[in-house]
Design a protein around this ligand. Structure first.
Ligand SMILES: [Zn+2]
Length: 400
């Protein structure tokens, strides 16, 4: 049964059905390999308009054989974050700092390098925890909640932070309540999560089974205010699409937050309704090509893009530079993942399935070696989206 992960309300207002979907990071060794499919529905809470997966996938299945370590992603902005944290939060080298979901511990290691002495973190997945433990002494292999804090007697912290974690969690209030109790009075909180506002406005349907929550600025503010945190700064960054970083402070009571809910619902309805139009338009666009295009970059966003829109048969294959993915098969669409091959790609249309910050490097590579001029992106916030997509966004902009 549905229960909103922010406000606990039991009804949803709108539902976007994306059909039966696999776990996309479980790549196949051959086309006959069996795999399970799950209903993938995205809904919006009738009370607070928060966008979330209706029936989150079982984490035990989702995170088995988990091989993703966050330091493998480009984390250039971490050094900037450390500078910002230090000045905005007025930290000193003895400040007690804790990271929720520290993954392989790369940010804690950076803090250590910067001279911070009282740093610790928690990571529930075993493999990532073992790597983190090698970098920093005080790392726990557990789930972050009140029970854990009571067991370890962790209190009076100056700063708790969490990057790219809350979107994966269902028990958001439990985590924030625990964080509140772990902080000293006026203790600080920094949260970084993907921001979904841009996707709503631009008809982008890159949902992902690992992300239960699709925060907008409004829903995130609502979550923090109801958990007694006061926000004093926030900014958006280019990371895995678009993300938001919030700088907040522990407060003694809940903060009332009222925003125009009916407008929020209207915007989301328009976005959900746009899915079938988008699906038809992209199929028409791909069918109009003389030869099937390649998709460069086989990540979760580009794989789901193909599956949700049912365009597997209209694509040649995926190309990816990651050797562990090469020669494997993407589940559901059954497209092969091949390595970069100059001759095969020559004069073909290439759709980029990589984060925008890596776009220019790939464009240069494709133009130099393969003489390709028709390069488009399928991941926002790119400036080289296919024309039909740009038109769709422009039309809506005129309407508002
Ligand atoms: Zn809600």
């Amino acid at each position: 049964m549905f229960k909103c992960s922010i406000c606990n309300h039991k009804n949803y207002k709108y539902k976007l059905k994306l059909g039966k979907q696999p776990i996309v990071h479980h790549l196949l060794n051959n086309k006959n390999e069996n795999y399970q499919l799950y209903d993938f529905n995205v809904v919006t809470c009738a009370k607070c308009a928060h966008i979330q997966i209706e029936n989150p996938f079982d984490p035990k299945i989702l995170y088995q054989n988990y091989f993703f370590f966050s330091s493998s992603k480009n984390n250039q902005h971490i050094s900037l974050l450390i500078k910002q944290m230090t000045s905005l939060f007025n930290l000193n080298k003895d400040s007690k700092i804790f990271e929720i979901g520290c993954n392989d511990g790369h940010m804690l290691a950076d803090l250590k390098k910067n001279g911070f002495k009282n740093i610790s973190g928690i990571e529930p997945t075993k493999d990532a925890y073992s790597l983190a433990k090698k970098k920093v002494k005080n790392v726990y292999n557990d789930f972050f909640n009140q029970k854990f804090l009571n067991k370890k007697k962790l209190r009076n912290y100056d700063l708790i932070y969490s990057r790219q974690v809350l979107e994966h969690l269902y028990d958001l209030n439990e985590v924030l309540e625990a964080a509140h109790s772990m902080l000293k009075n006026n203790g600080k909180l920094m949260i970084e999560v993907p921001l979904h506002d841009m996707y709503i406005e631009n008809y982008d349907y890159t949902f992902w089974e690992e992300h239960i929550n699709y925060f907008t600025k409004k829903s995130l503010f609502n979550l923090l205010f109801r958990n007694k945190f006061r926000i004093f700064h926030h900014e958006t960054i280019l990371f895995s699409g678009k993300s938001i970083v919030i700088f907040a402070e522990k407060y003694k009571k809940k903060i009332k937050y009222s925003f125009n809910l009916s407008n929020e619902h209207k915007k989301i309805k328009n976005y959900f309704d746009g899915f079938s139009i988008f699906k038809k338009s992209i199929q028409k666009y791909l069918k109009s090509m003389k030869k099937k295009p390649f998709i460069y970059g086989c990540g979760c966003r580009s794989s789901n893009f193909v599956n949700f829109l049912g365009i597997g048969k209209l694509i040649e294959c995926f190309v990816d530079d990651n050797k562990t993915k090469q020669n494997k098969i993407n589940p559901l669409n059954h497209l092969e993942i091949r390595k970069f091959n100059i001759n095969k790609l020559k004069n073909r249309v290439v759709l980029l399935g990589v984060c925008t910050e890596f776009e220019s490097i790939l464009i240069k590579k494709l133009k130099t070696y393969c003489k390709i001029d028709n390069i488009f992106s399928i991941l926002q916030p790119s400036r080289i989206l296919p024309t039909f997509w740009k038109n769709m966004i422009d039309k809506k902009l005129k309407k508002y």
